[in-house]
Design a protein around this ligand. Sequence first.
Ligand SMILES: [Zn+2]
Length: 93
Amino acid sequence: MMLIACPHCGPRAHVEFDYGRTLDAILPLDAAPEQAAAVLYARDNPRGVSQELWQHTHGCRAWLVLTRHTVSHEISAVVPWVAATAAPRESGA
Ligand SMILES: [Zn+2]
C-alpha cells in the first residue's frame, strides 16, 4: 500500500487521495485550443521522477504536489500546492 505523508494530516493510505494531474499539464486560463490539446493529449508519459498534483479528498482536502517515481512509486517529497508554485521545479530523470 502506498502511503502519502500529508503535510497537514501525517501519513495516510493513498486511497484517501485523488490524483489530479502532472504539474506540466497545468494550463493557463487563456491557453489557446492548440496549446490545450498538446498539453492534455500529446504529453509525455516518462519513466522516472514525476511531479504530480494530488488532493487529500478524504482528509484535509488540500492539494499537494508529490514528487513520485512512476515505476517504483517511491515518493521523495510532498509539499502543499501553494508552496510548490513558488518553489523551483525539479527536473525528472
Ligand atoms: Zn491531509
